[in-house]
Write a protein that binds this ligand. Structure first.
Ligand SMILES: NC(=O)c1ccc[n+]([C@@H]2O[C@H](COP(=O)([O-])OP(=O)(O)OC[C@H]3O[C@@H](n4cnc5c(N)ncnc54)[C@H](OP(=O)(O)O)[C@@H]3O)[C@@H](O)[C@H]2O)c1
Length: 298
């Protein structure tokens, strides 16, 4: 695989910050410090944020940990996202949920994120969702400026269709497309998203790689039950846990997907790292795929 335009690389497993703060575990600074340190020790050095997580509070939770441990900054990569105007009490100026990829919004959001995260640079800035009113040339201009200022080191998108990706990539080089992909969400495996990233020699990032944890619930829908029924005998075959099997299934794809974990438990991050060593067979990959779709392939 040749190099991307941007010389920024990520750990093979990324930890997402969405559930660490107000929207989930509500970790204290001390708890978050232990978690971040543990991730780094496991080699999981890339952290995925968004301005909106925790109603615009989780970046600052993380920033407190970094302010206490500034030497960790050079050992990690920080991804953050912008472009969703999320209505909440921390943004009284928003009255309607909207997407905004205007240069003014991107610049203001990056400046906020830098301050909240207690960092001088963001390793990868992503546009969180495709903005139907996006002006690609406006995005190109502000991204160039932020790169030149050293505020961001690479730029990409999230949740873009392959057409939307090409449209923007023709104007400004993109580093990745962070998309929902898992055994519970198969769209990217057939809609051209993964093939496009392979064509551009870029690695996809998969959010909700465990389907947001739904597979671990007591009560599951018919699709999830089929996946569990097919997966259960494979756990013994591969000597692994359910989360490891679901991750190994994603990792088996040739596009070199990087899973973005949502766990708030260090032992589950460790378990995910072990999934990097599991190579599931082609037959088992297709058996799980068909368990998810509920149909036999043609
Ligand atoms: N770009 C986007 O639009 C977008 C959208 C959504 C999310 N994201 C990113 O993707 C990250 C991951 O998303 P996600 O949280 O939905 O991912 P996920 O990894 O599919 O789901 C995480 C959930 O599964 C639970 N879980 C994991 N392993 C488990 C196990 N063995 N047993 C029981 N429960 C288990 C976790 O609980 P525990 O904490 O108890 O382990 C957590 O509640 C987010 O943090 C965020 O950074 C991006």
């Amino acid at each position: 695989m040749s190099e991307s335009y941007y010389p920024v690389t990520f750990s093979p497993i990324i930890v997402g910050a969405m559930r660490l703060g107000k929207w989930g575990a509500q970790m204290t600074t001390d708890e978050l410090e232990v978690f971040v340190k543990g991730c780094i020790e496991l080699g999981v050095t890339t952290f995925d944020h968004a301005d909106i997580y925790g109603d615009y509070t989780t970046e600052a939770d993380f920033g407190k940990v970094l302010a206490k441990n500034p030497e960790w900054r050079s050992q990690m990569q920080i991804i953050t996202k912008c472009g969703i105007c999320h209505v909440c009490e921390n943004r009284p100026e928003y009255s309607v949920k909207a997407y905004d990829s205007s240069p003014e919004h991107i610049e203001a959001s990056v400046n906020n994120s830098l301050e909240a995260l207690s960092t001088k640079y963001i390793d990868c800035l992503l546009i969180h969702r495709p903005d139907m009113l996006m002006d690609p040339q406006g995005v190109e201009k502000i991204v160039q400026q932020l790169l030149e200022e050293g505020k961001i080191r690479s730029f990409g998108v999230s949740n873009f269709s392959s057409k939307q990706f090409k449209h923007l990539h023709d104007n400004v080089p993109l580093h990745t497309n962070q998309i929902e992909a898992s055994l519970l969400q198969l769209d990217a495996f057939s809609n051209g998203t993964l093939e496009q990233l392979m064509d551009y020699h870029l690695r996809p990032m998969a959010w909700s790689p465990l389907g947001g944890g739904s597979v671990f619930s007591e009560e599951v829908d018919a699709k999830t039950q089929r996946i569990k029924n097919t997966a259960t005998p494979l756990l013994e075959k591969y000597n692994c846990s359910m989360d490891q099997l679901l991750l190994a299934w994603l990792l088996r794809h040739p596009s070199q997907i990087i899973p973005v974990l949502g766990t708030t438990k260090l032992e589950r991050v460790a378990s995910a790292v072990q999934a990097l060593d599991i190579e599931i067979s082609r037959n088992d990959w297709y058996a799980l795929y068909q368990a998810s779709t509920g149909t036999t392939i043609a």
